[in-house]
Ligand binder design. Structure first.
Ligand SMILES: *[C@@H]1O[C@H](CO)[C@@H](O)[C@H](O)[C@H]1NC(C)=O
Ligand SMILES: *[C@@H]1O[C@H](CO)[C@@H](O)[C@H](O)[C@H]1NC(C)=O
Ligand SMILES: *[C@@H]1O[C@H](CO)[C@@H](O)[C@H](O)[C@H]1NC(C)=O
Length: 403
């Protein structure tokens, strides 16, 4: 019982001492010579200073700091401090001088304080990413992009980004990325299929698929089309990937192409492939036998609207492809550069201007026949047979373009 009382008293004693130290307002001891005694005076609040110490009968007299002066704590100073901070070059005034605070200067965005001076924050070069962004007081911290990550820019903000996982999108990888470049997936700009004389979307596929492209922009169209196609569905992430990389018209082609790729053995796809083969045979018959010189091919490409295919690209392609394939590949190359254009329309436009170049009549006629064929009822009927049946009643949502 005694022991308990003793401990309680000790505890109370500590509590009282603590309370005295924390009195509010804070106080200070002042020796008053007139009464030869020490007095406990109240301190002055921030923004003021002591004009007169307290006496036995009067409280401390506090007055505000003069202009450009401050006190930032409870104090018993007989004057305020001068706002002595001066903002230097490349610094801005983060906090203005006031009666309660000194001026605060900080390096401008993108610079940090190193000793006395503002120094530009390091920009991580390609192959390196930001691990820690610079602040007004510390430099950027860069890291070399680890395996599977890349950065293709010089930046004080961008971190290393993960390589696009092509297989996760059900796409083929065409070029493996490294620390400075992303993976290139199949069907992307810059892919190498053209150089290998492969065709991205053939004229015939385009002629077919064109009918499936809505004439009015419909944000849901691609998902609707995906859901109505039979067989293995194209993944939602892949749809997003297509949307990010391709123009609205191109999106439909790319989706159908992927779906075709993933459902090679599906009856519907086999039907379409047969239709496309049939169409391609007809096109080759009209074009394949034409003996077109590289000079003429250059003129033809020069006359197509939109972005031009350069002479060098044409030469490179002519070396790789068989003469019977050259025109088709060149048209494909043009289309890749002009993703939002219709090859058949482009070709029609180009043909109008060829006469002036003394093009052989047979060549112009051959190309005309191709255009006519691709516009023909035969192609439209094939499309109707293959697509309308397959897509069922979904297609009424889309206005079908009639030629
Ligand atoms: C970096 O890569 C992105 C996407 O892959 C591309 O859009 C951008 O133009 C590239 N930037 C540079 C500087 O190469
Ligand atoms: C890509 O995704 C696939 C499927 O999710 C996974 O098996 C593979 O490890 C991933 N590749 C990389 C490099 O992350
Ligand atoms: C194409 O024409 C050129 C000359 O105009 C001729 O030398 C060449 O043998 C022809 N090629 C074919 C496949 O007809």
């Amino acid at each position: 019982m005694n022991k308990f009382l003793c401990c309680t008293l000790v505890f109370l004693d500590i509590a009282v001492k603590w309370a005295v130290q924390e009195t509010f307002p804070p106080t200070y001891l002042h020796y008053d010579p007139t009464i030869s005694r020490q007095l406990t005076c109240d301190q002055c609040p921030p923004g003021t200073y002591v004009k007169r110490h307290c006496t036995a009968s009067l409280k401390t007299e506090c007055v505000p700091c003069p202009d450009q002066h401050y006190t930032d704590e409870w104090n018993y100073n007989d004057e305020c401090q001068y706002c002595n901070m001066v903002c230097k070059e490349l610094q801005y005034e983060k906090v203005k001088c006031s009666s309660t605070q000194n001026r605060v200067c900080e390096c401008i965005e993108g610079w940090y304080l190193d000793l006395e001076f503002c120094v530009k924050c390091t920009e991580c070069p390609p192959g390196f990413g930001v691990v820690q962004q610079g602040t007004s007081e510390s430099d950027t911290v860069c890291e070399r992009c680890p395996e599977g990550y890349f950065s293709n820019e010089t930046s004080s903000k961008a971190s290393c980004k993960k390589h696009t996982n092509c297989s996760e999108l059900d796409l083929k990888i065409i070029r493996k990325g490294d620390a400075t470049r992303d993976n290139v997936c199949w069907g992307e700009k810059g892919d190498k299929s053209v150089e290998q004389c492969e065709i991205d979307v053939t004229l015939c596929e385009e002629a077919f698929f064109r009918f499936a492209v809505p004439t009015k922009f419909n944000p849901n169209w691609l998902n609707m089309l995906k859901d109505s196609l039979p067989g293995v569905k194209v993944k939602a992430e892949t749809i997003e990937w297509i949307k990010q990389r391709h123009s609205p018209q191109e999106q439909t082609f790319q989706l159908l192409k992927l779906w075709k790729q993933q459902n090679k053995n599906h009856g519907a796809v086999r039907n379409i492939m047969q239709g496309v083969d049939h169409c391609e045979n007809s096109v080759s018959k009209h074009i394949g036998h034409l003996n077109v010189t590289s000079e003429q091919l250059n003129i033809l490409m020069e006359n197509l609207p939109g972005k031009k295919v350069g002479k060098e690209e044409i030469d490179r392609l002519l070396k790789r492809c068989k003469s019977t394939e050259q025109i088709l590949k060149l048209l494909n190359l043009w289309r890749i550069k002009n993703r939002d254009q219709d090859t058949i329309k482009g070709l029609t436009y180009g043909l109008k201007h060829l006469k002036t170049y003394h093009f052989p009549k047979t060549t112009i006629q051959g190309l005309r026949k191709v255009v006519k064929f691709l516009h023909s009822l035969t192609v439209y009927k094939l499309y109707q047979k293959l697509f309308l049946e397959m897509l069922g009643n979904q297609i009424h949502l889309v206005k079908v373009r009639r030629m």
